[in-house]
Design a binder for this molecule. Structure first.
Ligand code: NDP
Ligand code: HSE
Length: 436
């Protein structure tokens, strides 16, 4: 049978890993795909660097449009990133009737509705396993393995860079900026690492998973994003004293009122497996009505783990190339005409538990004022500790609450901050038990 010709665009961390895996495992891959899969041509800005990776036999160009327009390319693999040139290239490839494999979560979270509609129209596949959680086959699991379930919620550590930073800070007391540099050196971070540490990258991935889990369109604009850059070491430490780990979590949940879609640092009980996922590892915990809870764990970034997902998509597309488009797995798991436009809940309507740290005067009556304000807003306390008095006569009060709607927590926090006895802002972190 004729080999499948791959046109690779972007020979950086993931593109380089993909070229390496395609070459190294060529025999295994063709035994699986049923035909040879060969790197037919590649595009990169820096041709010399790309040449070192792909070797002598592969034609290299610096204009990626030559790849999407080449009549002999069967599958275009987009590993450039971003949503400018990458979007133009992907749409052009689709218009040219080519199948696309991409690891570009930003592109799909922001323009996926347009891209999938175009692909549907043209009868081509857009595969994106590598876009979420690196090497973990979570897209396949959600889209196919769990298709019997009504998915209730899922929560994931889905940014390797942030998890690596939090783990190194916790375990080695390392400095945030130093660990971020190391994550960049290891090829984990995005071209602009603020996307990692401010929660955008996790938001892109969460948006994609929510679409597949619930059969809704991509809705990144309504995803709540809060990263790890403002986290203070002492909150991580106090959380640990109370039996919790702090992780950057992406959480999406279907409720009667709409869909929660949120990324933020989160306290998770330390006896939950997901709380112990460290370094660049990612994990996604999925709750379905039939399966109960299932945890998917594995490397979330890096050249070869991500290439593992990219090449798996290539094999999938190669196997399905000749199948009737109507018999392929739909891009977003649900039939395109059966997607539901469920509202994304504003954060005020989200229900969560909270960790609050309050800097307050260490004198009689202050604690009573604080607990009264919580009670007035129907907030029940799960745990409360006071950390030692400072020399200025103030103390830190740390409170864990039971679940409450966020607008009530906001009201209580505003009232506490307005007390004369309270200094500065109340530090608030959300807390999830993830047990049902
Ligand atoms: P890199 O920056 O390492 O690689 C991107 C490559 O694309 C570079 O070699 C760059 O060349 C090249 N490039 C940029 N613009 C063009 C252009 N116009 N034409 C041709 N080549 C171009 O990024 P990554 O490999 O890390 O990421 C690629 C994609 O994979 C992104 O969407 C990212 O979000 C995603 N991803 C990354 C993971 C990771 O662990 N790194 C994991 C999962 C997904 P030059 O350097 O010369 O500019
Ligand atoms: N920058 C991303 C991360 C790469 O750190 O998770 C994997 O998508």
């Amino acid at each position: 049978m004729k080999p499948i010709n791959i046109g690779l665009m972007g020979v950086g961390t993931v593109g380089g890993g993909t070229a390496t895996v395609l070459k190294r495992n060529a025999e295994e891959i063709s035994r699986r795909a049923g035909r040879e899969i060969r790197l037919f041509m590649a595009a990169n800005r820096d041709l010399a660097r790309a040449r070192e990776v792909v070797g002598d036999g592969v034609p290299l160009v610096d204009d990626a449009f030559q790849v999407v327009n080449h009549p002999e390319v069967d599958i275009v693999v987009e590993l450039i990133g971003g949503d400018t040139i990458a979007k133009e290239l992907v749409l052009k490839a689709i218009d040219n009737g080519k199948h696309v494999v991409t690891a570009n979560k930003k592109l799909l979270a922001m323009h996926g509705n347009e891209i999938f509609a175009r692909a549907q129209e043209k009868g081509v596949m857009v595969a994106f396993e590598a876009a979420v959680a690196g090497g973990i086959p979570i897209i396949k699991a959600l889209r196919e393995g769990l298709s019997a379930n009504r998915i209730e919620w899922l929560a994931g550590i889905i940014n390797g860079t942030s998890n690596f930073i939090l783990s190194e800070m916790r375990e080695k007391g390392a400095d945030f900026a130093d660990v971020l540099k190391e994550a960049q050196r290891l090829g984990y971070a995005e071209a602009d690492p603020t996307f990692d540490v401010e929660g955008h990258d996790a938001g892109h991935k969460l948006t994609i998973m929510a679409a597949i889990a619930f059969g809704i369109p991509m809705n990144f604009d309504n995803c709540y994003l809060e990263g790890i850059s403002q986290l203070e070491g002492k909150d991580i430490q106090y959380a640990e004293e109370l039996g919790y780990r702090v992780k950057l979590l992406g959480l999406t949940r279907r409720t009667d009122k709409g869909v929660e879609l949120r990324v933020h640092p989160t306290l998770i009980p330390e006896d939950q497996l997901i709380a112990n996922v460290n370094g660049v590892m990612n994990a996604v915990l999925v709750r379905g009505d039939a399966i109960g809870q299932a945890l998917f764990n594995g490397p979330g970034a890096g050249a070869l783990p991500t290439a593992s997902a990219v090449v798996a998509d290539i094999v999938d597309v190669a196997r399905l190339l000749t199948s009737d488009p109507e018999h392929r797995v739909p891009h977003l798991a649900f039939q395109p005409d059966r997607l539901q436009n469920l509202p994304i809940l504003p954060m005020g309507e989200v229900v969560s538990s909270y960790y609050l740290r309050i800097q307050a005067a260490d004198r009689a009556g202050v604690m009573a004022d604080i607990t009264r304000l919580l009670a007035e807003n129907n907030i029940s306390i799960e745990a409360l500790i006071q950390k030692g008095s400072a020399t200025d006569g103030s103390a830190e009060i740390v409170i864990l609450t039971h679940r409450v709607v966020e607008k009530s927590a906001n009201k209580a926090i505003a009232a506490i901050e307005a007390l004369d006895s309270v200094a500065g802002k109340v530090v608030r972190l959300r807390m999830e038990e993830l047990n049902g």
